[in-house]
Design a protein around this ligand. Structure first.
Ligand code: HSE
Length: 436
């Protein structure tokens, strides 16, 4: 077996980590892969940085085509990110008959169907372990370890930035904007944090997990996405008083009617293992019909945790490249001709339990009016918390926890409650998942 020659596009944080890790552990990796895996060419627009990291151990340039057109390169590792150039480079690599390893969840969530189709036609592999939850081998676990199961649902903390912010908000009782500012100073959040805080990054990742779990095409445009930028510190506090923590979860669930695909802040019981995942850590909870509940925990970002996943993919490619395509593990876990088109349910069809908070006049009959509206829409209550009004105040916060029901009914109830003259604020609605 000849050595596997790798061309690296992008040698920033993850690219540098990949270069170093592959170099440092080359003996172990050779023993596992059955051949050496060497990065022989690197392209990066920051030539100086690339030369510094590579330090004479590979050819370096600032032109991706030198990598894509080198016939000696077997695998292209794409670590430049984004949708534009990255898409073209990946398609060019595939057209040139090269396998591809990428950490680019945005690219695959948006253009995955085109890319996987092109790779299948050309007989090459597209591997993307690093695209979801960094160093946690969740793609491999779902695609291979759980392959006997019918997956019921997945719920994951798959964005470290937002988990860090939520942990800090809870620990210190600080508002979102203040914690975000601190997170940016500490380097936990990007200068432009939009993708992270608005749930887009998590939506990219849950799109890929749903595809692998259920054998469906990637459908990023159908994810219902809510981030954490509107989350208020008092809801974190009330949730805690009721025995819950709020986490930004990516959730996908199989129902008789179709599949749920959503990202939003979620109350989960504080006693669940996943509720203890704090700081920038990631965790993915998978429920399979045979195995039951399984949980995968680890670092979802960072140079070496992400490089760990990139290099694992390189070893997989080194092994799988030797066997016919029909015998390889399919990129999306299901054979390309066995994908299904189960519908993704619209937001109104989601089934969840709910947390509702509203500010009301503190007078007789207010709670009765609200609960009647809920009962009329067949929404059953699980708990009610009414804060004692401060001295001299005639208003108070009421928090209601519902049992599971269809979201459209909650929409209708919120609209009706909002029209009550005794209700003084808009109704804050959060979803609650028992994960049982
Ligand atoms: N920005 C991501 C996070 C890491 O905060 O988890 C890369 O996917």
């Amino acid at each position: 077996m000849h050595d596997i020659r790798v061309g690296l596009l992008g040698i920033g944080t993850v690219g540098g980590g990949t270069f170093d890790l592959l170099w440092r552990n080359q003996d172990e990796i050779r023993r596992r892969a059955g051949c050496a895996i060497r990065i022989t060419r690197v392209a990066d627009k920051d030539l100086e940085r690339a030369q510094r990291v590579v330090s004479g151990r590979a050819a370096v340039g600032n032109d991706a085509s030198a990598v894509l057109n080198d016939p000696a390169i077997d695998v292209v590792v794409e670590l430049i990110g984004g949708y534009g150039l990255a898409r073209q480079f990946v398609l060019d690599a595939i057209a040139a008959g090269k396998h591809v390893v990428t950490a680019n969840k945005a690219l695959l969530a948006v253009h995955g169907n085109e890319i996987f189709h092109a790779a299948h036609k050309r007989g090459v592999i597209v591997a993307f372990e690093a695209a979801v939850a960094g160093g946690i081998p969740i793609i491999k676990a779902l695609r291979e370890g759980l392959t006997a199961n019918r997956i019921d649902w997945i719920a994951g903390i798959i964005n470290g930035t937002t988990n860090f912010i939520l942990s800090e908000m809870r620990d210190k009782g600080l508002p979102f904007a203040e914690v975000l500012r601190q997170a940016q100073e500490l380097g936990y959040a990007e200068a432009d944090p939009t993708f992270d805080i608005e749930g887009v990054d998590a939506a990219h990742k849950i799109t890929l997990l749903a595809s692998i779990a259920f054998g469906i095409p990637v459908q990023f445009e159908k994810v219902h996405v809510e981030g954490i930028s509107q989350l208020q510190a008092e809801d974190i506090r009330y949730a805690e008083q009721l025995g819950y923590r709020i986490k930004l979860l990516g959730i996908t669930r199989r129902r008789d009617e179709g599949l749920e695909l959503r990202v939003h802040p979620t109350l989960i019981p504080a006693k669940r293992l996943i509720a203890s995942v704090e700081g920038a850590m990631n965790a993915v909870w998978v429920k399979g019909d045979a195995v039951g509940h399984t949980m995968y925990y680890g670092k979802g970002a960072g140079a070496e945790p992400t490089a760990s996943a990139v290099v694992a993919d390189l070893v997989d490619v080194a092994r799988a490249a030797r066997i016919p395509q029909s015998m390889r593990v399919p990129s999306l876990a299901f054979q390309a001709d066995a994908m299904t088109d189960s519908p993704i349910l619209a937001r109104g069809e989601i089934e969840s339990a709910y947390y509702l908070r509203l500010r009301v006049e503190d007078q007789p009959g207010v709670l009765a009016d609200i609960t009647r509206i809920l009962a009329d829409r067949e929404i059953s209550l699980d708990a009610v918390l009414q804060r004692e009004p401060a001295k001299g105040e005639h208003q108070t916060d009421v928090i209601l926890l519902s049992h599971r029901c269809i979201e459209a009914r909650v929409d209708a109830a919120i609209e009706a409650i909002g029209k009550l003259p005794t209700v003084l604020s808009r109704v804050i609605r959060l979803r609650l998942e028992d994960l049982d």
